[in-house]
Ligand binder design. Sequence first.
Ligand code: SF4
Length: 346
Amino acid sequence: MPTPSTDLSSSPQRILIVRLSALGDLVFCTSLLDGLRRAYPDAQISWLAQSGFAGILREDPRIDQLISVPKSDLSSLSALWRLRRKLRAQRFDWVIDAQGLAKSRILAWLAGGRRRVGFRSKEPLAGLLHQTYDKGGEPSDIASEYRYLAEQLTGAPAAAPRLPITSGSRDSVDTQMQRLSLEPGFVALCPFTTRPQKHWFDDHWQTLAGLIAEAGLGRCVVFGGPADRTHAQALVEAMPAGSLSLAGDTALHELPAWLERAGLVIGVDTGLTHIGIAVQRPTVALFGSTCPYTGGADSPLRVLYDALPCAPCKRRPTCDGAFICMRQLTPPRVIAAARELLGAVA
Ligand code: SF4
């Protein structure tokens, strides 16, 4: 059992988490939030996040104050100065940089705080923090670095990521599902991410949708953001009748409620897939170029990852766009994993 470092041993009354983006990491970082909330139930916990991502945390009762900052403010000296005044007025005891970037360290420093801590990384300006921690923990566990940081700060084991869902979001999603004649138990497909090497192939998705229909697993519903709308619609047009795209049509804060209504989630290494796990739906995750998590979730999870000699290449693929790691995760392999997973939870 880890023990909290001595200079953090007095209980904080006001804590600020700085984790600005991205969607998946905000989901993972709820492990840190949960650990802090359990250890310090009476503390006021605030979270500073970028406007485009903050919505996913909007309904989380573990957060007392969600501070949303537009991306444009991060490059405006006058906006940063206003933010500094606002944050320093709150006299935080702990400020936790849970991103490990120069910009998040600057924001942590602007916020002040009796103790500023954060991830150790190659990024500059670590001197703005009083203490840094390795991205430790069991690397194959989901959200390992956030859980490890929580353990270092609280001395207690940290849980897997979770996203609470309000009854308001459930009701809203149920109403939208009725309008779409969509029953609970659909198969949520999460194909979109920012890096091409993390994508699965369109023909694979379309073949998979056919296999899902043959297996009677449910209607396929493609999720994504507004920028994915056209691509998602093209995917759905080559899928079995009844398949549906909701890309760009779901509010960020309602995504957990949407995925909670799925009977199965299948996705690449992207925020939506992680949300499926955080709302404890059976999830099949497809990994190729990035390090997979294979354990540590408290929900039904199958990860497909072949560990090619060139993997994980992360941001530097060496395969000239062939993306063999993803190509060889064939639709029959994915449907077999899904059936096995659903059989195990039945
Ligand atoms: S270099 Fe290897 S791991 Fe990276 S995308 Fe290509 S096949 Fe996948």
